[in-house]
Structures are given as structure tokens and as C-alpha cells.
Design a protein around this ligand. Structure first.
Ligand code: ATP
Ligand code: MG
Length: 378
């Protein structure tokens, strides 16, 4: 990376690549993307966006040839294919990290080995193991496909053996699942840490997250939890980042159950629960991800405001959004991803900073609600 201009290749062309691009501009980094589809959000924005199959070694090699470093914004790339780049181009986080985070079963194995607190769970393949897992853990359970799920897709709440049989019929015989009891959660929190190429670590505030139907609806920062849990969540995230050798953002989602923490899942990339950092923190998760993968010093992660809330805009119809409605709230920071609305699709988010997390949340929700008439809900 001796040249003046650093070229960062991002595998994926979704909204995360778009927000990385925004963060790359003031750092004078040259961002290139390899998108999956011509209608991915950044394809129209970046003049040299490429569209192709990231799991085709030739396509990936040609894309990486002009890059100083390659990073990812989704979990759909095969670590083995990325491995083929490793001799010629820096891949950050590395393929070994991606091999863990793209697979929920692998995450659990690794975290269990580290002694990280986890929900009770079993790994199951095929109808009979799935049903056995339900009997052993006690119904109702949650069955999560180990690979390829997101935004609640691939997460099934299963009441009993009949539902499990129906689920097993809908998936390939060799699909691997993580099965866990349907827990009564006190709440959910998340934390992002960023680890630099030199091992430096910064930790963002612990945030409260609220999901319904498996999809993140909103995030408030800072989380109103006791100091002991906050410290524990931050320590867990730092420990995992160090053990895996992550370079870039590591996001850790945790459940609070009976006043204690267990880790739900990991992502080694900028994460929806960290979008609030764009407006609320000294350095956004996107800027710090770029700094980390480029081997640059990390920026401070501190909140610059007392509180912030981020509300996702989830389409409920295919009607176009009325941006005017949200923009009528002057304090709302509106991010529309340029994605065609479809029911259940995340098409944007709104962040409001303020004196109090609940007030900020209320304000952000009102801004999103004003898109509602045109087909979106919070
Ligand atoms: N064992 C459980 N008990 C109760 N609720 C659960 C359980 N597992 C998952 N959930 C709920 O479902 C949500 C989605 O689960 P999970 O994070 O595993 O799925 P995902 O689709 O991979 O999520 P993401 O969109 O973050 O990638 C959780 O945030 C939580 O609200
Ligand atoms: Mg999740």
C-alpha cells in the first residue's frame, strides 16, 4: 500500500457499501464495489461499480487486481474463494474470520471454546435431529439456518414437533441449524468494536436494540443497562475480536436473559445496529472500518451527544416512499437507500440525536411514520 491513493474494494453493493463510500470521501480513499445485481443501491452511484458473482474466482481476481485491500459488506462470499486472493491482495477481515462469522454453528463452536456465555443450543441436520433437539431443549424452540439467513429470514419460531417436520420439509436435507429454546428475553443489546491492523481496539457504546419478526426495528444509544452488564458486553466483544484476529468492525448482538448476558450472534462488518454512529459518534463505524482495513489509525468511538436513536424504514408495500414526509422533521437525519420498496424490505433509516434516548426515539419514529402513508412502517 505504498501509493498515495488507497483503493479499497468492497464485495457487495448494498446500503453498507453506500455508507462506506460516504465515509471514504473525506479520507480520500478510492472505493470500488463488486455488486451482485445491477439494481443494487450503489451501482448507479459509483461510476466504476462492477456487477458479478463474487464466488467466481476469475471475477473476484479481476476485481481485486486494482485494489490495495478487499473487504466485505455481506456474508455471501465463500471464504475458500477469498483465500485465493490472499497471496496477492490484503483481505480484511481475513478469510479465516469470515469462515466463522458466515456460519451461526461455527460461531457457537468458536465462542463456546472461548468460554463466552451463550444461549443453550444444539446443532441439528435433518428432520430427526431437529425434532430431537426440540425435545431435548424443550418446546418452543427457535431454529436458525446456520448459513445465509438475515433480517429474520432463516430464523423460525417452532412450537412443536409438527411444525419442525414442516420446516424440515421446506429445506434441503443437509441444511445445518442452530436450535435453541425460545427464550423470554429481558431485552437485546449490541456493541461494535473495531480492531485495527496493528491490533488497536476501539469500543462503541453499548446500544439497546429492538427486533420484531426477527428484523431490527430500532436502536437507542446508550443502552440503559447497569454498568456491570455494559462492561461485560464490551469486554466480550473485545475478547472475540482479539481471538478471531478481526481487522475492521466486529458487531456483537447479545440477549439479556434473567439479568445476565448471552451472545446471540456476530458480524464482521459495519452493522445495522451501528448506523447511529454516523451522526452520533466522533468517528462512524464506516470510517473506522475503512481506517482499520487500510492500516490507518482508528478514530475515537465516543458519543458526541447525550443520546441517539436510529429507526429502520421497513417497507410495507411496493409504493414509492415520500421523502418529503420525513424531511419535514428538521432534526431527523434521513438515509434512503434507493432500494425498490417491497413488504419487509429495509429501505432506509432515520437517526435523531438528543438529550434522552426515548425522546430521540419518539422523534425518529414520528419522522418515519410520516413516510408511512406512502408505504413504510417503523
Ligand atoms: N432463542 C431465541 N429466543 C427468543 N428470541 C430469539 C431467539 N433467537 C432469536 N430471537 C429473536 O430473533 C431475532 C433474530 O435472530 P438472529 O439475530 O439469530 O437472526 P438473523 O436473521 O441472523 O438476524 P440479523 O438480521 O441480525 O442478521 C433476534 O434478534 C431476537 O429478537
Ligand atoms: Mg441478528
Amino acid at each position: 500500500m505504498a501509493r498515495d491513493s488507497l483503493v479499497v474494494g468492497v464485495i457487495g453493493g448494498g446500503q453498507l457499501a453506500g455508507m462506506l463510500w460516504e465515509a471514504a470521501l473525506p479520507l480520500a480513499l478510492d472505493l470500488r464495489v463488486l455488486a451482485r445485481r445491477p439494481d443494487d443501491p450503489v451501482v448507479g452511484l459509483l461510476p466504476d461499480a462492477q456487477v458479478g458473482d463474487c464466488n467466481d474466482p476469475g471475477t473476484l481476481r479481476r476485481f481485486a487486481a486494482g485494489c490495495d485491500v478487499v473487504t466485505v459488506e455481506h456474508e455471501l462470499v465463500e471464504p475458500m474463494v477469498l483465500e485465493t486472493l490472499a497471496a496477492t491482495t490484503a483481505v480484511r477481515p481475513g478469510p479465516a474470520v469470515l469462515a466463522v462469522v458466515i456460519d451461526k454453528a461455527e460461531q457457537r463452536r468458536r465462542l463456546r471454546g472461548l468460554g463466552i456465555p451463550l444461549p443453550p443450543h444444539l446443532i441439528a441436520v435433518g428432520a430427526s435431529q431437529l425434532i430431537e433437539a426440540g425435545h431435548e431443549l424443550g418446546w418452543p424452540v427457535v431454529a436458525k439456518v446456520a448459513r445465509g439467513g438475515y433480517d429474520g429470514r432463516g430464523v423460525e419460531f417452532v412450537d412443536g414437533p409438527e411444525d419442525m417436520v414442516a420446516l424440515a420439509r421446506r429445506v434441503p436435507d443437509d441444511a445445518v441449524f442452530v436450535v435453541e429454546p425460545h427464550l423470554a428475553l429481558d431485552g437485546e443489546i449490541a456493541v461494535q468494536v473495531v480492531r485495527g491492523a496493528d491490533g488497536a481496539l476501539v469500543t462503541y457504546p453499548v446500544v439497546r436494540t429492538v427486533q420484531t419478526d426477527g428484523i431490527c426495528r430500532f436502536v437507542t444509544a446508550p443502552a440503559a443497562i447497569d454498568e456491570r452488564l455494559r462492561r461485560q458486553a464490551a469486554a466480550i466483544a473485545g475478547r472475540i475480536a482479539e481471538d478471531l484476529g478481526v481487522i475492521g468492525v466486529l458487531a456483537v448482538e447479545l440477549f439479556v436473559v434473567n439479568g445476565t448476558l448471552v451472545v446471540n450472534e456476530l458480524a464482521a462488518r459495519p452493522h445495522n445496529t451501528g448506523h447511529y454512529t454516523i451522526e452520533a459518534c466522533t468517528t462512524s463505524q464506516f470510517a473506522n472500518h475503512l481506517r482499520a482495513v487500510c492500516g490507518l489509525p482508528l478514530g475515537a468511538p465516543d458519543l458526541m451527544v447525550p443520546a441517539a436513536a436510529m429507526v429502520n424504514i421497513i417497507a410495507s408495500t411496493t409504493d414509492p416512499l415520500d421523502r418529503r414526509g420525513a424531511l419535514a422533521h428538521p432534526a431527523a437525519q434521513v438515509h434512503l437507500y434507493g432500494k425498490a420498496p417491497r413488504p419487509g424490505r429495509k429501505v432506509g433509516h432515520v437517526t435523531v440525536c438528543g438529550a434522552d434516548p426515548d425522546e430521540a426515539l419518539d422523534h425518529a419514529r414520528r419522522a418515519v411514520a410520516d413516510l408511512e402513508t406512502a408505504g413504510a412502517t417503523a
